[in-house]
Design a protein around this ligand. Sequence first.
Ligand SMILES: Nc1ncnc2c1ncn2[C@@H]1O[C@H](COP(=O)(O)OP(=O)(O)OP(=O)(O)O)[C@@H](O)[C@H]1O
Length: 231
Amino acid sequence: MLTVDNLQAGYGTTPVLFDVGFTIAAGEVVTLLGRNGMGKTTTIRALMGLLRPTGGTAVFEGQRLVGLPPYRIAQLGLGLVPEGRQVFPSLTVRENLVATAAARFGERWTLDRVYTFFPRLAERRRHLGSQLSGGEQQMLAIGRALMTNPKLLILDEATEGLAPLIRTEIWACLARLKQEGQAILVVDKHLEAMTRLADRHVVLEKGHVVWTGSSAALAADPTVRQRWLQV
Ligand SMILES: Nc1ncnc2c1ncn2[C@@H]1O[C@H](COP(=O)(O)OP(=O)(O)OP(=O)(O)O)[C@@H](O)[C@H]1O
């Protein structure tokens, strides 16, 4: 589905990504792991057209992504839940969801289906975005991304700063999406949860991919954790 090869990018004249390569197959859940500042968010920005790569390629279902504007990348089927809880504060939950639906492609995701996945959003459908808790806002941000019918859902730190209970609810939702065949690329610092959720892991260190492997391989190799994932 997605093949990223030797991707390079940076900010101004400062290079940040030197050699990022990985693949995601249809239906696969893959994590981008690595300590703070290693290039996870930058990789996502480069894939989504929010930062222009200086080298390398990213091909999604046969289409080259590098050089395309973000709206084209969204049309191809990449849906991003960015860092922070990005919802419209003065629109209701329902209006937030419908706002994204206006630009969606296909009919896989409907309001009702989002409400089934997130009963909390159904209960609060008439509340304003600003009246939701942090966790509910994050669920709404995920719901908005789903309303664009992404073939690949990308989440950047979706559970950062949330209470454990709601964090677990979000992971359970991602596990259900996976069961339904949704491909997901996720950045999340909670390694145990990611080991349960994901099929494969890609470890970044200073803009290079230094390790790739399955959850079983990650669990069996403590040196990966010690060398590249401990703060
Ligand atoms: N807008 C920016 N302008 C300049 N430098 C940036 C910008 N955003 C990130 N960087 C730098 O790029 C490097 C990689 O940052 P990035 O956010 O991709 O890392 P990350 O792995 O996602 O880290 P974190 O877990 O802290 O979010 C860091 O050195 C960071 O300081």
